[in-house]
Design a protein around this ligand. Structure first.
Ligand SMILES: [Zn+2]
Length: 308
């Protein structure tokens, strides 16, 4: 199941949001969920909510362990909610293959108060489930607020290029197939890369430069004026400390620094060229300049099977 009613957050949310809220310590109990269908109180758990997204093969998802009511549309054993990502399902639009990357709304982390005063808990729950079911549509694009779920989708589909070509990131009404949205850094000429943001990836090492700065340096290069330059990203820890899920990130980054091993690093953006004069010679660097944690992801496990 992709959706469940959160007894703590008091709304029907998708598993991705449940994960985000859990990592940000806004919800605390992985079992405090219910089937999203009105009148069905099947108890539900959020699988993998308590593990780093990078270490799980399967994405975060909900699993009901209680009994659904008869004819519950979310009883996945009986309905087509379990449609698999295969050619015919993608082709026939049974599941959305369009993803959107957008900013978190301002009230994203806030538990919404009931509009009717003194409404009791069950009433509120049923109203919110009704709202959800009215708007529910499996064909609408999947909204994401950080790139990690896109990276997971990419890694899971990478063996099947046909599906990857039919999986899109939608931006300003343009649909970019995942096969071009994800770019492995691999000696390409910097003049030929897209002017628009893409997710670039490759092996990278994490180094602490000083108490406030981490340098993430790719092991692979872009070609600039016949020279091969390894792009890097400098992350200012002060500027990211206000993130709700900062502690989660801090732990991942510290692990990467201490391990001294390369991680597969993904960053959403456009690489920029920096020129610097040194003893009458122009030295060029390539930098990714984002400081948004939502636009980064690091994975250790994919290295054993290489992302291609
Ligand atoms: Zn149910």
């Amino acid at each position: 199941m992709d959706y469940a009613y959160s007894l703590e957050f008091k709304e029907v949310i998708d598993a991705e949001k449940a994960y985000d809220l859990y990592q940000s310590k806004i919800i605390k109990n992985k079992r405090a969920f219910e089937c999203p269908s009105e009148n069905c109180t099947a108890q539900t758990t959020c699988v993998n909510i308590d593990r780093p997204i990078q270490e799980t093969k399967k994405t975060v998802h909900f699993r009901a362990y209680g009994e659904h009511i008869d004819n519950c549309p979310f009883n996945i054993k009986r309905t087509s909610n379990t449609v698999k990502m295969n050619d015919s399902n993608v082709e026939n639009n049974k599941i959305s293959n369009v993803h959107i990357l957008t900013e978190r709304p301002d009230d994203y982390y806030i538990i919404k108060q009931p509009t009717i005063p003194n409404v009791d808990g069950d009433q509120l729950k049923n109203d919110r489930k009704k709202d959800f079911q009215r708007n529910f549509n499996t064909n609408s694009p999947k909204k994401h607020y950080w790139i990690a779920p896109l990276v997971t989708t990419y890694i899971n589909l990478k063996e099947n290029r046909t599906i990857l070509e039919k999986t899109f990131l939608k931006k300003n009404e343009i649909k970019i197939p995942f096969t071009t949205f994800f770019v492995e850094i691999n000696d390409q000429n910097i003049d030929n890369i897209s002017k628009y943001p893409r997710i670039y990836y490759g092996k990278a090492f994490f180094n602490k430069k000083n108490s406030n700065e981490i340098e993430i340096k790719f092991s692979s290069s872009f070609c600039i004026d016949k020279e091969f330059k390894k792009p890097a990203l400098k992350l200012d820890l002060n500027s990211i400390s206000t993130y709700k899920n900062y502690n989660y990130w801090k732990k991942r980054l510290d692990e990467a620094i201490e391990s001294n091993r390369p991680y597969m690093f993904f960053v959403y953006g456009v690489p920029s060229i920096i020129k610097w004069n040194k003893e009458n010679k122009v030295i060029k660097y390539i930098r990714f300049k984002t400081s948004k944690l939502d636009y980064m992801d690091l994975r250790i496990k994919v290295l054993s099977k290489e992302v291609k």
